[in-house]
Ligand binder design. Structure first.
Ligand SMILES: O=C(O)c1ccccc1N[C@@H]1O[C@H](COP(=O)(O)O)[C@@H](O)[C@H]1O
Length: 207
C-alpha cells in the first residue's frame, strides 16, 4: 500500500478532515520562503489537532539551524523535511528523523545527490529544479525514480487524483506527497480533492 502525506496545511479544519479521511502524514511548511508558511504559534495549534498514528512533518528550506531547533522544541514534529541544499550532517544535527527532498527537475544530474544523505529516514523526489522552491505543482519524469536505493522513496511534484495511479505504476514509490493537487488556493485544502486523491491511491492494486 502506498503511504500518503498531505503538505502545507494552514487551517485546523483541514488537518482534522485529512486525518478523518485516513491520511498517513500531514506537513506544515515553516520556511518563510513559502506561500504556505505557518509560524510557531500556528504550527503548535495545528500539531495539537493531529491524532495518534498520524505522522507530523515540518518542512524547512535552508533555514537557520537555531530556528529549526526552535521548531523541534516548540512544535515537536515526528519528522523534519529539508527542501534546500542542506548537507546530511546539517539535516541530522537537530536530533529528529528527517526526509531530504531531492530536486529532480534537472533529471540525471539529481541522481548523484540521492546518495548524499545516508542518515535520511527517507528521500523525497520532487519535480522542481535545484535552487527553485517546491510546492508549485511541477512533475518530473517518473521513469527516473531509482530502484537501487536502500531508503524508502517518496514521490512528489504535481500529483493529483487524476495522475497518481499512473505515477505509482511507473515509479513504485514507498509513499506520495503533495500540496497543490488538493488545494483551492495555496494553503487552503479542499476536502473533496483530499478524498478523491486517497481513493485514487487506494484503488491501485498492491505490487
Ligand atoms: O508547499 C510549499 O509551499 C513548499 C515550499 C518550499 C518547498 C517545498 C514545498 N512543498 C513541497 O513540494 C512538494 C510538491 O508539491 P506540489 O504537490 O507539487 O505542490 C511537496 O513535497 C510539498 O511538501
Amino acid at each position: 500500500m502506498t503511504r500518503v502525506k498531505y503538505c502545507g496545511f494552514t487551517r485546523l479544519e483541514d488537518v482534522q478532515a485529512a486525518a478523518a479521511l485516513g491520511v498517513d502524514a500531514v506537513g506544515f511548511v515553516m520556511t518563510r520562503k513559502s506561500k504556505r508558511y505557518v509560524g510557531l504559534e500556528q504550527a503548535r495549534a495545528l500539531r495539537e489537532a493531529v491524532p495518534p498514528f498520524v505522522t507530523t512533518v515540518v518542512l524547512v528550506m535552508d533555514d537557520e539551524p537555531a530556528y529549526v531547533d526552535e521548531i523541534v522544541r516548540q512544535v515537536r514534529p515526528d519528522m523534519l523535511q529539508f527542501h534546500g541544499v542542506e548537507t546530511d550532517e546539517a539535516c541530522a544535527a537537530h536530533g529528529t528523523r528527517y526526509l531530504k527532498a531531492i530536486a529532480m527537475g534537472e533529471g540525471q544530474g539529481a541522481l548523484a545527490r540521492l546518495r548524499a544523505y545516508p542518515r535520511a529516514t527517507g528521500l523525497l523526489l520532487d519535480g522542481h529544479g535545484l535552487g527553485e522552491t517546491g510546492g508549485s505543482g511541477v512533475a518530473f519524469d517518473w521513469n527516473l525514480m531509482p530502484r537501487d536505493l536502500a531508503q524508502p522513496l517518496v514521490l512528489a511534484g504535481g500529483l493529483t487524483a487524476a495522475n497518481v495511479a499512473e505515477a505509482i505504476r511507473v515509479a513504485r514509490p514507498w509513499g506520495v506527497d503533495l500540496s497543490s493537487g488538493i488545494e483551492t488556493s495555496p494553503g487552503l485544502k479542499d476536502r473533496a480533492k483530499m478524498e478523491r486523491f486517497l481513493a485514487a491511491v487506494r484503488a491501485v492494486p498492491s505490487a
